[in-house]
Design a protein around this ligand. Sequence first.
Ligand SMILES: Cc1cc2nc3c(=O)[nH]c(=O)nc-3n(C[C@H](O)[C@H](O)[C@H](O)COP(=O)(O)O)c2cc1C
Length: 218
Amino acid sequence: MTTDIDLAAADRLLTTTRAVRKRLDLDRPVERQVLLDCISVAQQAPTGGNSQRWGFVVVTDAEKRRRIAEIYRAASGDYFEQSKDRALAKGDQQTARVYDGAAYLADVLDRVPVHVIPCIRARFPESGMSSTDAAGVYGSIAPAAWSFQLALRARGLGSAWTTMHLYREREVADLLGIPENVTQVALFPVAYYTGDTFSPAARAPADTVTHWDGWTAR
Ligand SMILES: Cc1cc2nc3c(=O)[nH]c(=O)nc-3n(C[C@H](O)[C@H](O)[C@H](O)COP(=O)(O)O)c2cc1C
């Protein structure tokens, strides 16, 4: 079967878009247009009822990035270091490397040239929400946010999906004037990456997570 997609290139993009932290180029500026191009790609993502209630807050102002980094570090405390130590104690090197990178990112976040906060114009009621409604809200922004990261990777930029600042979401909302009826879903540090390419990560074989014709207890 032929399609208009270069399958090898598509699979390479999908399997090598990693969480980039230590390879973010902190000194190279990022052009506004490349960010707009990536947001334009992201806007092709699906949304419930075609609602398209997304918003991408792009922060380049140095003082605001400094403040966001401060909030991020206050929210994370020593969580990344402690998690790294726990992973090392269990001999789980892959997870230890993730937390080592996460701690590094927290340290340098203010120096990452761009912070992007994907948002959705929706709010969870304090009293809780049905899983169907929650699926509708996050399902209407997560595909776009991931498309944004894929589009960055294809253009030589890296990012990492982070959520730590959401423990202090309101402080960042106040800093950036994000209204109360808008939910922040992540914080992406964005920069050109150093080095040439990335490799796929080790994952369990697909048949170990696939359930044919019904859930198989494993
Ligand atoms: C919902 C979610 C929350 C995450 N939160 C953080 C975070 O707060 N800080 C961080 O450095 N990485 C965070 N990550 C990145 C993960 O650590 C990373 O995706 C995972 O280790 C896999 O690494 P890889 O994408 O390179 O395969 C988060 C990822 C997701 C999907």
